[in-house]
Ligand binder design. Sequence first.
Ligand code: DAH
Length: 340
Amino acid sequence: MLNAKLKEIQTSLEEKISHITGLSQLEQIRIFYLGKKGELTLLRKQIKDVLEEERPKAGQMINDVCKKVEHYLEEKKLFLLNKEREERLKNEILDVTLPAKRKQLGHQHPNQKILEEVEQFFLSIGYEIIEGPEVEYDYYNFEALNIPADHPAKDEQDTFYISDQIVLRTQTSPVQIRTMEKGRLPIRMIAPGRVFRSDEVDATHSPSFHQIEGLVVDKGITFADLKGTLIAFSQMLFGSDTQVKFRPHHFQFTEPSAEVDVSCFRCKGKGCKLCKGSGWIEILGCGMVHPNVLRACHIDPDEYSGFAFGVGLERIALLKYEIEDMRLFYENDMRFLKQF
Ligand code: DAH
């Protein structure tokens, strides 16, 4: 009888365990057989009704089945835990062949890149970087620079007037005056900054753009110093094989004055679209500081001389990066800026 009962327990257990899908059901089964009122616990209690000489054997048989039940339950538990873990891992799968996410890095504006190159060059040969105001007196922007009251550059068509005496500076040259006025000589400086002209916006003009002014004043400065400096500067910008041409020109605040052309770095002087077929590209204006300008700053032109130059920052950036439209510089379009 006991035998049959134990057999039945075993088969029903196997049947139940095979249908189990979760750990909580497993605990219910344990309680059903081994709990306080579980089937095997009850059988144990009934041992006292069995003939005395058969009791040890009956006890042994029940114990064996109990162990089996525990073993089955443990086995199933391990199986379920394993399955759960496998499923979790499957969901967490890492594809190590996926490309990594790129961090978005900021980009420098082309103007800023050129500015840093230029500053680095002049700092390396002992120049200082000096800044001046964007809203400037007529005196510094024109008069002290030897630009007379009736000069066409003073025309309202070119200059933004704040008042009779105050303008938005049309050039960085007034920083020359402000620096010389301080009376500390010698001077080797560059002055980068924003300038303003009442120009219509188009591919090569903007009412606001940037220049870098340069000024050297010392005893015995000659046109040869100007040439040497600007040749080295041009070759730094456009490559060491760049040819440099000084073309006579006129500026009110320099005498003699020149414009600097560099051999086209694209076609090496043969003539292409960039240099409009000429093989040369104009990059800056320069000259020996006019005696009138030195005098306006209380510097004796018989004792001191100097040279000056002015470069358009956008112009250099347009050329170097072969950008065709200056408006791109001011639109802050990320697709443009990301290229630098
Ligand atoms: N200020 C001039 C301009 O805006 C550029 C320039 C030319 C600056 C010659 C200079 C110079 O210092 O010597 O067109």
